[in-house]
Design a protein around this ligand. Structure first.
Ligand code: CTP
Ligand code: MG
Length: 405
């Protein structure tokens, strides 16, 4: 790499790892190449790097995206595009960092490793990490205090509460004396989730500095909405008293679900989470509870997680004969793992029988408890028309609202 002899050559390098696929984000492109506004996550991350201390910048990208990454990195670097290079990453984050380390210039003595996914990290965090390295620490980790009460859980049961004052949430950029990081990588035999863990496993001491809320990692679709909302607030001049406060809440999402089952199954009727003695059962792989299944479809659709067949296929024997509670509890887990909270569900059943009105409150309580969010149930007959009117089958229609966290 040639650099202009008149420009300063930094002794600091920042490796920006952007080679992940973004499985949990489920975007159309690898995570770093998903747009936040008119700029990608990677572009924002490298913009942030260039707003901090002068450094050689090594971007680690998926092999098939090296060209795109170079375009973003050079645009962020502006006149100092002599400082940027892009290399292809590996299958794990650790392999990607190792690839980046190989591209660090010989006379660099401090190395920061930063997740591109922490695209909105402010320059102060970079300055704090570099400051602590210059003050003599070998390894520096930005952290945030843990706010939630933390429990140790085993197979669904709480084992104990964990003292959160002894805990901290790790962020990036993580900074290292180059020789310390090089040696730790040369020795590494197992995979670590971050570089501070790897250095510590090699016997190094890690010092902490304050992280920043804005350095959160974009992992789920909810995180993406949060990042976009923060950028939107900046663009509209957040903090300017003459303007209305911009909405920084993530935008809720709706989903729709429908299910139909024919009358004539074995055993008792199960509908809306309740057993209906004396009523004719419905056909179905599980208990044929069209109300529960319509809710599942609506909630999954709202979170962009496909539909009931995606997660509860006939190849899953544990759901054969299962009742509403099992389906709804699992749906809630799936949606929460994807970064959403369920707001509410409205479901309407069309059936000649049973008469739901007498047990509506009971059904709503069962469905609400299983889903962990309010479920409102309404019912109608269809004036004798169609298969629901003749009593050949039951149909249910649900609308769900989920909110990105
Ligand atoms: N990363 C990388 N190479 C990999 C895996 C991850 O460079 N083989 C980078 C990601 O691009 C990201 C950072 O490491 O900037 C943190 O990883 P993570 O947030 O887990 O991103 P992904 O692995 O892309 O996402 P997911 O785990 O959801 O697939
Ligand atoms: Mg990952």
């Amino acid at each position: 790499m040639t650099t202009d002899p008149l420009l300063p050559v930094p002794r600091l390098a920042i490796i920006v790892v952007a080679a992940g696929s973004g499985t949990r984000l489920r975007g159309a492109a690898p995570k770093a190449f998903v747009g936040l506004d008119d700029r990608t996550i990677l572009r924002h991350a490298v913009d942030g790097v260039f707003a901090g201390p002068l450094a050689q910048v090594v971007v680690v990208a998926p092999a098939e995206r090296v060209g795109d990454a170079l375009t973003d990195a050079r645009a962020a670097a502006g006149e100092r595009h002599d400082l940027v290079s892009v290399v292809a990453g590996g299958d794990t984050r650790q392999q990607s960092v190792a690839a980046g380390l190989h591209a660090v210039w010989a006379d660099v003595d401090l190395v920061l490793v930063h997740d591109a996914a922490r695209a909105l990290t402010p320059p102060e965090v970079f300055e704090r990490v570099v400051g602590a390295l210059r003050a003599g620490h070998d390894a520096v980790l930005p952290v945030l205090p843990v706010i939630d009460t933390i429990k140790r859980v085993d197979a669904g049961a709480v084992v104990e509460a964990v003292d959160r004052s002894a805990l901290a949430a790790a962020q990036t950029p993580q900074g290292f004396r180059r020789v310390v990081l090089d040696e730790a990588y040369a020795e590494a035999s197992v995979d670590h989730t971050d570089d501070a863990a790897l250095v510590q496993a090699a016997g190094g001491d890690v010092w902490t500095v304050a992280g920043d809320e804005r350095a959160f990692k974009i992992t789920t679709p909810g995180d993406l909405d949060r990042a976009r909302a923060l950028l939107g607030a900046e663009a509209t001049g957040d903090g300017d008293a003459s303007r209305p406060a911009p909405a920084t809440v993530a935008i809720p999402r709706v989903g729709i679900g429908t299910d139909v089952h024919a009358v004539g199954g074995e055993g008792a009727l199960w509908l809306a989470g309740l057993e209906w003695p004396g009523e004719q059962a419905l056909h179905g792989h599980s208990d044929g509870d069209a109300v529960a299944h319509a809710i599942v479809d609506a909630v999954l659709a709202a979170a962009g997680l496909g539909d009931i067949g995606t997660h509860f296929g006939t190849d899953q024997p544990e759901y054969a004969g299962a009742h509403a509670a099992a389906f709804l509890a699992r749906t809630r887990q799936l949606v929460e793992a994807a970064g959403f909270t369920i707001g509410n569900v409205s479901v309407q059943v069309q059936a000649r029988r049973p008469r739901l009105s007498a047990r509506r409150g009971e059904a709503e309580a069962v469905l609400t408890a299983a889903l962990g969010a309010p479920v409102a149930l309404s019912a109608t007959t269809t004036d004798g028309l169609g298969f629901t009117g003749t009593g050949e089958g039951v149909a249910a229609f649900a609308v769900a609202l989920v909110v990105p966290r």
